[in-house]
Design a protein around this ligand. Sequence first.
Ligand SMILES: [Zn+2]
Length: 465
Amino acid sequence: MRGNATGPAAPAKEEGRCDLAIVNGKVADVIGNRISQKNVGIRGDKICCVTSGEIDASAVIDAAGLLVSPGFVDFHSHVDGNPYSAECLVRQGGTTTIGGERNLNSHVFRRIEQDGFLINQGFSISHSFVLRNAVGVSDNRPATEQEIRAMADLAARFLDHGAFGICFGLELIPGTSFEEILKLSAVAKSYERPILVHLRKDGWEALSCFDEILQAAALTGVSVQILQLLYMVGIGGAMSGALDIIEKARAEGLDITADSGLYNAFSVCIGTGVFDKGWEKEYSGASAQDILISSGVHVGEYCNEEMFQHLRESYPETLVSAFVCDKDAIEMPLKKDYVYISTNAADGPHYMNVGAPEVSGAFPRLLGRHVRERKNLPLIEAIKKITILPARRYGLTQIGSIETGQNADIVIFNPDTIIDKADFPDRGRPDAPPEGIEYVLVNGDIVVKGTELTENRHSGRLLKK
Ligand SMILES: [Zn+2]
């Protein structure tokens, strides 16, 4: 513990001194499904007691009026070792994230392993960008039988080294064959890890793309995570159809879950295949005017056709936010117990004052707007969607709940005031920190106090399955 908590130490009552006690707060019990007054003791990087009694500790946080929650687990992001993205995420309570959808930089991997990181960071292995490249399938053609075998061997090595699953970005590599999906699903299944899937198409066309994934799941028994429902099927009224498909598959015994976001725009680099010919139709008649420029000299401006083409050709790394999602598609998946909340944050360049608000606002937005203001779901259910449910889905048993022996990843917030302040760059700062979060602890260290980071910048770890 290298915390800097304030307040007088509690009198000695229990055996063994804790480094830190969080007292007078209400604890979110995500296993017992209730919120009750408890004190939490921390020793080293672990929770050492959760009690109604007093705790003898070297330092104390008085959490009166506040909720003590497990640290938020961001099921899917593109933080991928970027320190600024991690800063934004931890200030909104994110203590763990899993990435790797687009790449896996071995340099970043080793740096986190050696020096630690602001938050806990794990990776899945990307079929579409890492495995295919590694075996020389650089274009959009289906891999040969030999290449598929080589990818399967390589995937197994990554899974041996702790990758959390195999990630398919099929919308960007539509040349992927069913054979590739099937063989790699079998590899994932042999390690009891999930496949994480962005379907071949978005919007209505996505509904017909579930088939191959469900078939692979039925044939191999692999667990499936459908990534970012909102940004894939929250378009043109397709969300309810997608939820029906998932529910039917679950009823038939397939192990399928999903995650979703909270903003009606997805963010991506303008040069990607997402905006290849025909994209307007896929996104229900969207146009260049729906594309907000989120990085570079034109940040905060909406595109016109000319600007859109110019940026695609000359500045393909420009981050944009595409306002194509249905507003009612945000709340629909929130009510489903098989849907978790992920940020999808930091896909594309991310530094101060650029990007999308999801990196700084998603979890407070869930707890402030959707739980408190709109009453879309009970507080404890919302907390489960960003703690124990995503943690268990990845087989992470040391995080996700406030219990003795768990890693001390903790968010202390005011449920009456928590709210996101980040916004898209035409309206505000995408990286504005939220209000209502008082403390964030990562592995027992206080990493955020108020909206400020402390000196503890390396408390997070490289997570391996
Ligand atoms: Zn993503």
